[in-house]
Ligand binder design. Sequence first.
Ligand SMILES: C[S@@+](CC[C@H](N)C(=O)[O-])C[C@H]1O[C@@H](n2cnc3c(N)ncnc32)[C@H](O)[C@@H]1O
Ligand code: SF4
Length: 418
Amino acid sequence: MPSALPLGDPVPADGSLPAAVRDRLPQRAETPLGLYVHIPFCSVRCGYCDFNTYTAEDLGPGASRASYPDTLLAELQLARGVLDEAADPGRRLSTVFFGGGTPTLLPAEELSRILRGARELFGLMPDAEVTTEANPDTLDAAAARCLAEAGFTRVSIGMQSSVPHVLATLDRTHDPANVARAVAACRAEGLQVSLDVISGTPGESLGDWRQTLEEVVALAPDHVSAYSLIIEEGTALAARIRRGELPDIDPDDQAEKYLLAEELLTAAGYQWYEVSNWSTSAQTRSRHNLHYWLDSDWWGAGPGAHSHVAGVRWWNVKHPAPYAQRLQAGTSPGHGRELPDEEATALEHLMLRLRIAEGLDLRDYQRLPGATPFDEALPQQLVEEGLAEAEALRHGRVVLTLQGRLLADAVTRRLAGF
Ligand SMILES: C[S@@+](CC[C@H](N)C(=O)[O-])C[C@H]1O[C@@H](n2cnc3c(N)ncnc32)[C@H](O)[C@@H]1O
Ligand code: SF4
């Protein structure tokens, strides 16, 4: 089962934003606003996955796939009211991202209806990026056509691996041949394509990982997310490793696989722009995910979804049944919220900026009221150790080198002074 949510401060029943945030909102006219739409359904749960998602068997009473789009639309209506009441400067959505779970388990017509609702309530910028995640088994030509006609611009497909024994260890049930079919269906409709792959699965050799990367390159997506497998507590995979049925993940193996990903993707014309993300150009980066790394605003709709608006963060109740009940009663599904203090805000800025190719602007960081002062010699020391780019530092930025990306957390800790 997915892990529990933090408690936080209570969210008022009408979902209204704290006074401090309302004061800041009029100044955020130029800050992009994104919408995340969570679809909490999967046909089976993969053994490694800790996402807030439910199969038909474990959903239980009080919520259903069929009624879910209307419940979501009720939250979007509430969101519009909250932002209007807080005098949001009328921002239209610059990105929309349907994630999961498996959004494409809902009919494409229903995803399109939700997008229509979002457009009517918020408006979309003319160049808005509209993405849905998809499992390779749940995206055919008709669905791709329907999504493209509704205004989706991009599909992110969960490929994970092209090697059958690796897919089996991950409990992936999709037919590997469907990845190429789903990519072709998206391309035929002019949709951009992103592929998600995972490295470091127990039993995956370097040759297996190379085969997956070569298959990715052959499919020529616009964007690639390559994640190192995380063993999440409470998952079936964690239990199998604990019982000794599978070997634990090996950080050296994961580092070697990261280097191979960089080598093969760079050779094929991709550029990294975030530690786990590569794209063919600046235009094909995931602008939605950049909102998370650049401290923009986003409303997260759906059970367990997280939102961030002008410094306040909140998260919805986790299970689809109480989520639906709250919205049926006309109350906010918000479960808890927090206004991070200056120190936490500065630390997050440091951590997130170090993960992206633009890096950390040292002057911007040092101007933040909660920033920890560090030894002036430290950035140069990072360059000398091969962890930060010399040229970027001449322009006042810490940009991680390839070696630095492998040690991003350690670099963050050193700059943050712990
Ligand atoms: C919501 S899923 C993508 C769509 C669809 N549910 C699927 O899996 O095909 C988001 C991505 O998170 C990644 N992911 C999930 N759990 C992970 C873990 N424990 N370690 C690394 N990556 C993980 C997977 O690559 C997955 O494609
Ligand atoms: S299909 Fe995707 S969201 Fe669903 S359990 Fe598997 S990885 Fe997680």
